[in-house]
Design a protein around this ligand. Structure first.
Ligand SMILES: [Zn+2]
Length: 150
């Protein structure tokens, strides 16, 4: 990580106070901030790296605010631990009422983005399929960004 990128990174962050959430002001993917530094990285992951000097398997938001990049609110955790936290439904995912499902698919409109984020955060397709009660091939299509209509 070169310093030029690090300096640019913090220009996109709204640092309020040391204890509050620092919100990402630039582009996002799947609800998370993203930053270009030779490749696209998640802003919260880069913030964690700049503060701690290593890339953990996944970075968990203790504040549950996906756009927050305050290192004090980020914890590096294993994929296993992150999935377990997810299973304890600490993530604010709300399944839509049944009537919004179409063509027999059990996903609501915004879930494909959630699924892609989980996959990018390190959850396996099998774990995601189990979590959402859908077939692994559906997860595969979604993460490979094939056209998917709710
Ligand atoms: Zn926060």
């Amino acid at each position: 990580m070169n310093e030029k990128y690090a300096n640019r990174f913090w220009n996109y962050v709204d640092k309020s106070t040391p204890t509050e959430c620092w919100l990402w002001k630039a582009s996002t993917r799947g609800g998370y901030g993203q930053f270009w530094c030779g490749k696209n990285v998640f802003a919260h992951r880069l913030s964690f790296y700049l503060a701690n000097g290593y890339w953990p398997e996944t970075v968990d938001h203790l504040c549950r605010n996906k756009l927050c990049v305050n290192p004090a609110h980020l914890e590096g955790v294993s994929v296993r631990e992150n999935v377990q936290r997810y299973m304890r439904t600490e993530y604010p995912i709300v399944l839509k009422p049944r009537k919004q499902y179409r063509r027999g698919l059990k996903l609501s409109i915004d879930e494909p983005e959630t699924i892609r984020s989980l996959f990018e955060q390190g959850m396996t397709q099998r774990e995601i399929a189990q979590k959402f009660g859908i077939h692994q091939t559906t997860v595969s299509k979604i993460v490979l960004r094939r056209r998917w209509r709710p």
